[in-house]
Design a binder for this molecule. Structure first.
Ligand code: SF4
Length: 528
C-alpha cells in the first residue's frame, strides 16, 4: 500500500508533531506499506510547480492513500490547498476510481470531523496505533473492488468514519436535527485508544530546542492527563492516562545518554508520571541532560528545578492560564498565585534565567478583573524573580504568551459561545499596554480573527466546510466567502447552545459521557 502522509503545514512545524511522527512510524513498520512524507511548501519552497513528497519525490496523486495528520483546525484550509496542488478533486464525491483515498486523522478531526466531511473519504477517529494495522489489512482485503465498495467495507471497522454513508438533516432554525447512516454502517463511531502504551516500543526523534542548548531527542513517556481542566480538549480526548514506565524506557534512554543526546520527555503532564523522579534520576546518573515541555507550577520542586538547570534548561514554561485564582478554579485548574510565584522563584534560584508564561483571554465567566489580574500577576512574578536573581548575573526574560480561548467539541465548554472578536481585541490591547510597561517582559498574542476561524472549523458542521471551500476558491478571502454565503458563521461560533442541542460530533463515542461534560460545564459557573 503506497501511502503519502501529509502534514498540512510547513515541514518546520510538521516535523515537530508527535502525532505525525507516530503515524509515520506505525505505517512504515507495517509490512508491505511504503509511507512517504509530504508537507505544505513554505514561502521559500514556493507554492507553484509540481508538489512532491519530501522523501522519494513522489506525486501524491499517484498514491493509494493521501493521508493527513491534522493537529489544529486552522490547518484545514491547507488540506484543500494540498489537494488542489496535487490535482485531486476537492470534494470526495467528485473523485474517480483512480484517485487516492483521502484519509484524515489527528486530534482536531477526531473531536469533530464534520467541517472536513465533504473533502475527506475516510476519517480515523482516535489513536493511530490501534486503527492503522486493521485499516491496511481491510484495504488489502478489498483489492479489486470499486471505490464505493471499498469504502463501505472500511466504514464498518471500529474507529473509522466514512462521511458519504451518513446524512445530516437540519431544523428550520438551522440547528442539526439528525446525523444518520444511509448505508449498512454503524450509527456511531467509537474513538480508538491504545490500552497498553508499552505494547508500542518507545521511539526518539530529534527536534530543535528553543528552551536550552542543542537539539532534543524527544521521547513520549505518557499519553493523556488526569487533571481534567475544563477548557482542555487534549485532557478529555486522550483519556485514560497511560504511561510508559521506567523499565520500558530504560533501554532507549540509556542509548540516548550513551550518544550524548539531550532528552526531551513528552507527555501532557510529565511531572504527573508515576516514575517522573525515577526517570530524571536515571538520566542524571548517566550524565544525560534532559528537558520537559512544560511544568505544572505546583510540581516544580527544588530537586526538579536543580536537575533541569543541570540539564542545561534555560527557560521554564508555566501555564497559569488566567490572572486570578477564582477563574483558575472555575476552569478546573486550581493553581494558587503563590504556587506560580513560588515556581518562578524556585526556577530562578536554581539558575534557570528565563520564564515563559501562558495565558488565555475569553474564558467562560471571565471578568475585567481576571484580565487585569494577568498584568498584576506578571508584575508579582517579576518582582519575586528579581529579588532572587540579584547577585546571580541579573534577570533573564519573562515571555508572556496570550491565546484567545476557543471552546472545543468534546469538552465541558462545548455549549459555550466564543467571545466576540472586538471584545478579545480590547482585552489584548489592554494587556499589551499593561505588560509593555513591565521591564524584562516580552508579550505576544494570538490574532482573534484566526481564533474565530478556528472556532468555526472546530464547532461547525458540514456547512462550515462549504464556507471553507468558498474561501479557498476566493483565494483565501474569508470575508468575501462570508458575504456571499447564506450561512452566518456566527451561528457556529458565538451561539450559546441549549442543553439538549444535537451537536455535529455527537455520533462519536469519545469516552466521556455527555452528562459528565454538562455537569462540569455547570460547575464552572461557581467562581468561589
Ligand atoms: S494539566 Fe495541562 S494537559 Fe492536563 S488537563 Fe490541564 S491543561 Fe490539559
Amino acid at each position: 500500500v503506497n501511502v503519502v502522509l501529509a502534514y498540512p503545514s510547513p515541514a518546520a512545524i510538521g516535523q515537530g508533531s508527535l502525532g505525525f511522527r507516530i503515524v509515520h512510524r506505525v505505517l512504515s513498520l507495517l509490512p508491505g506499506v511504503r509511507c512517504l512524507r509530504l508537507f505544505l511548501p513554505d514561502a521559500e519552497e514556493g507554492r507553484r510547480g509540481p508538489l512532491l513528497t519530501r522523501d522519494g519525490h513522489q506525486d501524491p496523486a499517484r498514491a493509494d492513500w493521501l493521508a493527513f495528520s491534522i493537529a489544529c483546525e486552522n490547518d484545514y484550509p491547507n488540506v484543500l490547498a494540498l489537494l488542489e496542488r496535487s490535482g485531486i478533486p476537492l470534494r470526495s464525491s467528485r473523485r474517480g476510481e483512480g484517485a487516492p483515498l483521502v484519509v484524515a486523522g489527528g486530534i482536531a478531526p477526531s473531536l469533530n470531523p464534520e467541517p472536513l466531511a465533504d473533502f475527506v473519504d475516510l476519517f480515523l477517529i482516535g489513536e493511530a496505533e490501534e486503527a492503522l494495522p486493521g485499516l491496511v489489512e481491510a484495504y488489502r482485503g478489498a483489492a479489486g473492488r470499486g471505490r464505493e465498495e471499498t469504502l463501505l467495507a472500511l466504514a464498518r471497522l471500529p474507529g473509522i468514519y466514512v462521511p458519504r454513508f451518513y446524512r445530516a438533516t437540519y431544523h428550520s432554525d438551522g440547528t442539526l436535527a439528525s446525523h444518520q447512516p444511509v448505508a449498512d454502517v454503524p450509527p456511531t463511531v467509537r474513538r480508538l485508544w491504545v490500552p497498553d502504551l508499552e505494547a508500542h516500543p518507545p521511539d526518539a526523534w530529534v527536534q530543535a530546542d528553543e528552551t536550552g542548548p542543542g537539539d532534543l531527542s524527544l521521547v513520549e513517556v505518557g499519553r493523556g492527563c488526569g487533571r481534567g481542566c475544563r477548557f482542555c480538549a487534549a485532557g478529555f480526548f486522550y483519556r485514560p492516562v497511560r504511561h510508559r514506565r521506567l523499565p520500558a524506557l530504560a533501554g532507549l534512554l540509556d542509548s540516548l545518554a550513551a550518544d550524548g543526546r539531550r532528552v526531551g520527555l513528552l507527555s501532557a503532564s510529565v511531572m504527573d508520571h508515576p516514575d517522573a523522579g525515577a526517570i530524571t534520576s536515571h538520566l542524571a546518573q548517566r550524565g544525560a541532560s534532559f528537558s520537559v515541555s512544560s511544568v505544572r507550577a505546583d510540581a516544580l520542586t527544588a530537586a526538579l528545578a536543580g536537575s533541569l538547570a543541570r540539564g542545561g534548561l534555560r527557560t521554564v514554561t508555566i501555564a497559569p492560564e488566567t490572572g486570578t485564582e477564582s477563574l483558575r478554579r472555575s476552569v478546573g485548574k486550581p493553581l494558587s498565585d503563590e504556587e506560580i510565584l513560588q515556581a518562578a522563584e524556585t526556577a530562578t534560584r536554581h539558575g534557570i534565567p528565563n520564564l515563559k508564561l501562558y495565558f488565555m483571554v475569553g474564558l467562560p465567566h471571565e471578568t475585567p478583573d481576571d484580565v487585569e489580574g494577568i498584568v498584576s500577576l506578571v508584575k508579582r512574578v517579576r518582582h519575586r524573580v528579581l529579588a532572587e536573581a540579584r547577585g546571580r548575573g541579573g534577570l533573564g526574560t519573562i515571555s508572556v504568551s496570550i491565546a484567545c480561548y476557543v471552546p472545543k467539541a468534546q469538552t465541558p465548554f462545548q455549549w459555550h459561545p466564543m467571545e466576540r472578536v472586538p471584545d478579545l481585541r480590547r482585552k489584548l490591547a489592554l494587556l499589551s499596554r499593561g505588560l509593555g510597561k513591565i521591564p524584562n517582559v516580552r508579550s505576544s498574542h494570538d490574532l482573534p480573527k484566526w481564533a474565530y476561524l478556528q472556532a468555526l472549523l472546530s464547532r461547525g458542521d458540514r456547512r462550515a466546510g462549504d464556507l471553507m471551500e468558498a474561501a479557498h476558491l476566493l483565494g483565501g478571502d474569508w470575508s468575501a466567502a462570508f458575504r456571499q454565503s447564506p450561512v452566518n458563521p456566527d451561528f457556529f461560533v458565538h451561539r450559546e447552545r441549549p442543553a439538549g442541542e444535537v451537536f455535529p460530533w455527537d455520533f462519536i463515542e469519545a469516552g466521556v459521557p455527555r452528562e459528565v461534560l454538562r455537569r462540569e460545564y455547570l460547575r464552572a459557573a461557581d467562581r468561589r
